[in-house]
Structure formats: C-alpha cells, structure tokens
Design a protein around this ligand. Structure first.
Ligand code: UT7
Length: 381
C-alpha cells in the first residue's frame, strides 16, 4: 500500500550468487525426452546453474548477503533483520535465515524465512520496507535463494528443463530522503494451490517410503495453467503498483519480471507496451530460480548500470500459492559504487571468521553450561 511516508527504505546494497556448475539444454536432452530447440523456443532458457553437493540455500544466501553488505558497506553486526524468501530451505526448521544470521555474525538481527513461492522475494522486500518505514528497523537484508535442483524430478521433462539454483540479496536502509521502495502490491489465490506444489513432506503427507517411491517430494506443476495465470497477473500487478505511486507504465525505466519463461515475459511486456530495452532478463543463463530470480536479475541490472538516480524500477513476480506481487522502487544510489578499499575487505573477511569462532564457542558453552547444571543438580540430590 502507498502511504504517507515518514522515511524511505532505500536499496543500498545488492549481491548475487550462482553455483559454478552449468547444465545446458543439450545436457538435458541426454537426460530426458526433450531437445535443445524445444527448451529454447518454449522457454527462452539456454542453461541453468546447479548447486554442488556442498552447497545449500543457506550457503548461497550467505554469499549473496555478504556481497550485498559489501556494497552497502554495512557492518554485519549492525544488521537488524534478515529475511530469506525460499521454497527450498535447508530444513523445515530452523529457518535458513537463522543459519545466515549465525554465519554473518549478525548478533543484533531478527531472522525468519518467508514462503510465498516465486513471489517470496517481492513479498519480503515489501515487508522489510514497511518495517523500516514505520521505524521498527533501520536496516534489513532481504534474500531470495533456492536450491531447486534438490526438489526437481530429473525424469520429468515438464519441469526439469525450467529450474535452476542461485541466490540474490538486497540491503535496505532507512533514509529521510525520498526514494527507495515506494509501494507494493501483494496478492494470493489459494484456490490455485494445486497447480504448482510439492505434494509430500508436510503435515498432509509426511515422508514415507511410499511418498518417496511415488516421487511426491518433487515439484508437480500444471505448466499450461500457470502460464495462463502468469500472463494475466504480470501486467495487472504492474499497472496496479505504478498507479499506487501515481506514475504511468511509460515511466518505468527498468522492468524486472520473474524469470520464469521468455514467452510469459514477452506477453506481459507487449501488453504493457514497455520498450524491450527497459526490460531486464537473464533467464537464458539461469533458468527459473524461483525466489532468487528477481533479486539475481535486479542485482545484475544494477551492476550493469541500468539505472540512474530517480529512475522508476518495477519488479513483478508470480508463483506457487498461487501468489503474485509487484513493487515500485525509485532508485536513489549514484552508480557505479566505488570499490571498497582492501583493508575494509580484509576487515569484513576477519569479521566472518570471527562469527564462525563465536558460533562454535556459543555451541561449546551451551554444552558446558548444560553439563555444569546437570552436575549441580546431581549434587543437590
Ligand atoms: O515460477 C513459476 C513456475 N512455473 C512456470 O512459470 C511455468 C509456466 N509454464 C510454462 O512455462 C510452460 O507452460 C511450459 C514451458 C512448462 C510448457 O510449455 P507449453 O508451450 O505450455 O507446452 P505444453 O505444456 O502446452 O506442452 C506442449 C507439448 C506437449 O506435447 P503434446 O501433448 O502436445 O504432444 C508436451 O508433452 O510439449 C510437450 N513437452 C515437451 N516436449 C519436449 C512438455 N515439456 C517438454 C519438453 N520437451 N521439455
């Protein structure tokens, strides 16, 4: 919602991380009954990244968050809120955001995960901006990260050609000046939940040998219906958010849609009459990375210098839930951002090492404390 703003939530840092392993369409055509041409023509995807066995949603989130904090020159110990938008958390609990908080050494931060399908990052951005605007926090790190390769059925050609892994992060900071996240539109239609889901592993169908054998722990999707839904809501949400901030679609300088399918993006862009040079896509290289897609694309666009102070950016996403969301941002940081001096890079590297030692120490202390207490209780008896 647009509101009378006391202060703005400005994007001061951005970062992204993609695993190094590349899976091309040709690779996929050797795995399932598909072809390079089919995938390219129907989706616009040429390749995607796949996490290595040692990589997880938390580890990729951490890399993206560290990069974003570097740009913002924000000390991780001063971070007040960490949100990780994901449908592939490291565990059902604890939250991936808590793992990131620990690894960053963000000892003053609250942390939680947010599940809103591929719209999760835009939801998170809106939430964090709102909390900053009302004065509850001065800063926040919002991350979108996915290890979709772990829930992709690599025998299902309907889904496995689409998804990839990665992470993107933004740092938001309070500032009395105009700009930053201006307004957002967040919507849901749970009646479409069956169109895109992970059937088992929750309270409805806890994991059993049967659910595993029936491949119920993988993404199930009615692609055609999701396509129809997406083609309708992308233009709709974009128009709504632009109207909320009193601007016109023609004012959008950078349009960053969810990177799901090139045809969905083209259809939205045609409907909105946005010139192609104002639309950012990196779908060809990363595929659909769900919650990570908007922050990865936005961070890349910013790194390419695609925005200037005062420019209107619109990010729009859709996904499982069904959910959809759009946010309007007025860019407020001069680009390019000067590189950090070497001593500062070293200082931050030291802080992350220190965070690890402190985490290890807290675990050890917890055990020792419990042991001392048990010993004391034993003496009392
Ligand atoms: O973040 C949100 C996540 N989901 C999405 O964004 C998905 C949105 N939907 C889509 O992107 C598209 O619907 C797909 C890419 C999933 C499918 O493209 P489509 O043009 O809608 O294809 P279709 O489902 O209508 O299928 C057309 C044909 C079918 O064969 P028949 O029944 O016409 O003989 C499919 O079996 O293409 C076949 N097909 C494939 N053929 C080769 C489906 N997947 C493949 C494949 N390779 N990978």
């Amino acid at each position: 919602m647009a509101n009378e703003r006391r202060r703005g939530a400005h994007i001061t840092g951005w970062g992204r991380y993609a695993p190094t392993r590349v899976l091309t369409n040709d690779d996929l055509s050797r795995m399932v009954d598909t072809s390079e041409e089919w995938i390219r023509q129907r989706t616009g995807i040429l390749e995607r990244r796949v996490a290595s066995s040692g990589e997880t949603t938390a580890s990729m989130s951490l890399r993206a968050a560290q990069a974003a904090l570097d740009v913002a020159e924000l000390d991780p110990r001063k971070v007040e809120l960490i949100i990780v938008a994901t449908v592939t958390p490291d565990h059902a609990f604890p939250a991936t955001a808590c793992l990131v908080q620990d690894a960053l050494g963000a000892r003053s931060a609250g942390a939680f995960d947010l599940s809103a399908g591929c719209s999760g990052f835009v939801y998170g951005l809106s939430l964090a901006a709102g909390l900053i605007e009302v004065g509850q926090y001065d800063n926040a790190v919002v991350i979108g990260a996915e290890t979709l390769s772990r829930i992709t059925d690599w025998t299902d050609r309907n889904t496995c050609v689409l998804f990839g892994d990665g992470a993107g992060a933004l740092v938001l900071q309070a500032n009395g000046t105009r700009g930053g996240v201006l307004a957002s539109v967040l919507r849901a239609d749970g009646s479409g939940g069956d169109l895109l889901k992970l059937p088992a592993g929750g309270s409805v169908q806890p994991a059993t040998t049967e659910t595993v054998n029936q491949r119920q722990h993988y993404i199930h999707m009615d692609g055609r219906e999701v396509f129809r839904f997406a083609s309708r809501v992308l233009p709709e949400a974009t128009r709504q958010v632009v109207e909320l901030v009193g601007r016109k679609v023609e004012d959008i300088v950078l349009f960053v849609p969810h990177q799901a399918n090139g045809r969905i993006i083209q259809s939205a862009v045609r409907a909105l009459k946005i010139p192609p040079d104002r639309v950012f896509t990196n779908l060809a290289r990363y595929g659909n990375t769900s919650s990570a897609s908007v922050p990865m694309a936005l961070a890349e666009a910013i790194d390419e210098g695609r925005v200037r102070k005062g420019d209107l950016i619109v990010c729009v996403a859709f996904g499982a839930g069904l959910t959809w969301a759009a946010t309007a941002i007025e860019w407020s940081v001069p680009l390019p951002v000067p590189k950090s001096p070497r001593w500062r890079i070293f200082w931050r590297w030291m802080l992350y090492r220190l965070a690890r030692i402190q985490s290890w120490w807290r675990r050890l202390w917890r055990q020792a404390d419990a042991w001392i207490q048990r010993l004391g209780e034993g003496e009392d008896h």
